[in-house]
Design a protein around this ligand. Structure first.
Ligand SMILES: [Zn+2]
Length: 218
């Protein structure tokens, strides 16, 4: 098996695009295929480090018996993984727990469970802010009336909720990029509701009062 190149392009979860990675260490072992009795392949584990952010990822490659063709390549953590937002402590406890479970589900490369989880998370958010006022549509309308989202924002959340419903009840499997977009949207609304108001209060306190001049007096 040829040695890995000194630098190779691999997706970096932290940089969120392909970056040059250095291979720090490679371990090679025999690999027994479970479905083919007593047929050995070779597996290599490469410890790769991003040359940009220095994040580390483990790559497992299973080769055929001749050590040439790669049959299966997996990354740990997988490209679906995301870094948990630092502001998650600002969420109500039950929403924080669910957000963390959604992230662990991404670590396992799940697609359907995160969509069901984000739908439940939006439901919890609306329940906390506008109470139990019927179905998702009714809650969304109240959520908009209470000023938490704009009319456009409500339309976006409607699509998110429908995708979660399709995952839960209609067996719809979203793509990895769709799942990432939905999580972006849900995090955005969580930040708007729970994080930004406190940031704005601090900014107000830190801003010196404007000195009123004669021109300000109507
Ligand atoms: Zn990186």
């Amino acid at each position: 098996m040829p040695p890995p190149p000194p630098s190779q392009l691999v997706y970096c979860n932290l940089c969120q695009h392909e970056t040059a990675h250095a291979c720090l260490k490679t371990i090679e072992q025999p690999w027994w295929l479970e479905h083919v009795y007593l047929v050995a392949s070779v597996v290599t584990f490469d410890v790769l480090q991003c040359r940009g952010c220095h994040g580390v990822v483990l790559r497992r490659s299973v080769f055929d018996r001749n050590g040439e063709d790669t049959a299966d390549v997996r990354y740990f953590p997988p490209p679906m993984s995301r870094r948990l937002p630092e502001w998650r402590d600002k969420l109500p406890p039950e929403q924080k727990v669910l957000l963390e479970e959604i992230y662990r589900s991404l670590d396992a490369e799940n697609l359907t469970l995160p969509m069901m989880g984000t739908r439940a998370l939006v439901d919890m958010l609306m329940l906390e802010k506008v109470g139990d006022s019927g179905g998702f549509r009714e809650k969304l309308k109240k959520f908009e009336s209470a000023g938490y989202v704009s009319a456009k924002g409500r339309e976006v959340l409607d699509v998110v909720l429908d995708l979660g419903s399709a995952a839960a009840h209609r067996g719809h499997a979203s793509s990895g990029s769709e799942v990432q977009s939905v999580i972006d949207i849900v995090e955005d609304i969580l930040r708007t509701v729970y994080v930004y108001p406190k940031v704005v209060e601090k900014l107000k306190d830190a801003t010196p009062q404007r000195i009123r001049t004669k021109a300000d007096v109507p």
